[in-house]
Design a protein around this ligand. Structure first.
Ligand SMILES: *Cc1c(COP(=O)(O)O)cnc(C)c1O
Length: 406
């Protein structure tokens, strides 16, 4: 046995080279709302980290956390009273389940054996993963010049085996909202399901809306939207492992669950992909929602939005940078005609900044959250220096990756 303090000291020390997200140096992957919110999340997580959400009869606490969290998020989404959802481990699991539900819908209601889902090229990679896992064909339609879904192009890909259409609010790569009413009404006119991926935008759009900003229609208030996903471990500022998937009806939600008694262990039901499921993320999400309340979230949302607009303006004004799209929320991407964007990212990395690298087209991507409010001026200044350095060096940078496999 080792001493507790020694082990915990080692655990802390191993994080020495991790990106400094609490100081706002990361424009991807992690979100920070300050030490108070972090403490609420961490302590709630620690209390329930070993509790098991596989069976909420045994853990009424987790049942309560889940039902309260799903109900609050459903309100943000203007979901009807008939709606029902679950907490999942993340946006990917929420999306996998929506794809699985769509496959079941096709099988049970239409006898479709080779289903396909039609979505714009901007829809998240998790849809590709879900289609691959569940034997569904992913049909990708090009986006318009403004990076939003081209609904006419989507329509041309629909056939008798199509089970679902997808739109995003916003899509990740350029941070713009797809024309949700057009996608949902197309789905409705063809009797198809329609998933709106609000993994990134669900929290932000609701709180921008109640702060009086005009936002494009994006949620269940649009007829024809049948399911939605919202990640709390992003702009909900809670611990990793928390997302919500909501369906317009309980009957639709039933398409995502799994039940069997075809083994020696008795009746086994599970709401999502996981079996054993940590209660930590559920408790942390409940605690942070309760702690922040509407006022807290509104404040964080407005801070993130302000920093995002400041960055977008600076990029737009820089002669060597091209802003891909004016951000609808807090995500933006930019490239350059003259300088290799990845070389700019390499130079930013030497100054301690982490930005996402994406293509096509080769671009840098920033997910701006509340923590960036304090550092955005410094980042803008360093970005200008980095463009200069990349331009002088005239070397190619490395392309990086959104996710890794090692
Ligand atoms: C983050 C994200 C996802 C995937 O969520 P994970 O939590 O990383 O699994 C899906 N869609 C969008 C738009 C996202 O931003």
């Amino acid at each position: 046995m080792s001493r507790i303090d020694d082990v915990l000291g080692e655990v802390a020390a191993l994080g020495a080279d991790d990106i400094a997200w609490k100081s706002g140096r990361a424009f991807s992957l992690a979100y920070y709302a300050g030490p108070d919110v972090q403490r609420v999340a961490d302590e709630a997580f620690a209390m329930y980290g070993s509790a098991n959400g596989l069976n909420v009869d045994a853990f009424p606490s987790l049942r309560r956390f889940q039902s309260d969290v799903v109900s609050t998020v459903s309100d943000w989404l203007s979901a009807p009273d008939s709606a029902a959802g679950f907490m999942t481990s993340g946006g990917t699991e929420s999306i996998l389940l929506a794809v699985k539900a769509a496959r079941e819908f096709g099988r049970r209601e239409r006898g479709i054996l080779s289903p396909n889902v039609v979505m714009p090229t901007s829809a998240h990679a998790a849809f590709e993963k879900g289609c691959y896992y569940f034997g569904v064909e992913a049909r990708r339609a090009p986006v318009r010049g403004d990076w939003r879904a081209d609904v006419t192009a989507m329509e041309s890909l629909i056939d008798e085996n199509t089970v679902m259409l997808v739109g995003s609010a916003p899509q990740y790569p350029q941070g713009v909202i797809d024309p949700i009413p057009a996608i949902a009404s197309l789905a409705q006119s063809r009797d198809l399901l329609c998933h709106v991926d609000a993994c990134m935008g669900g929290v932000t759009l609701h709180f921008l809306e109640i702060s009086g900003e005009t936002v494009a229609p994006w949620n269940f208030s649009v007829p024809g939207v049948t399911s939605m996903s919202v990640d709390l471990h992003k702009y909900g500022y809670t611990s990793k492992g928390a997302s919500v998937v909501v369906y317009r009806t309980k009957a639709l939600r039933a398409l995502q669950t799994f039940v069997t008694d075809n083994w020696l262990g008795g009746l086994y039901g599970s709401s999502g992909i996981l079996g054993t499921k940590s209660g930590g993320p559920m408790a942390a999400a409940w605690a942070v929602l309760r702690y922040l309340g509407d006022d807290g979230y509104r404040d964080l949302t407005l801070r993130a939005r302000k920093a995002a607009l400041q960055l977008a303006d600076a990029v737009d004004a820089h002669p060597d940078l091209v802003l891909r799209a004016h951000p609808d929320l807090t995500l933006l991407s930019f490239g350059s005609e003259r300088v290799d964007p990845f070389a700019i990212a390499d130079s930013l990395a030497t100054k301690g900044w982490y930005v996402d690298r994406q293509s096509p087209p080769p671009s840098l991507h920033c997910t701006v959250n509340a923590v960036h409010d304090q550092v955005i001026d410094e980042f803008v200044a360093d970005l200008a220096v980095a463009v200069g350095e990349a331009s002088a060096a005239a070397t190619a940078g490395s392309a990086g990756a959104y996710g890794t496999v090692d």
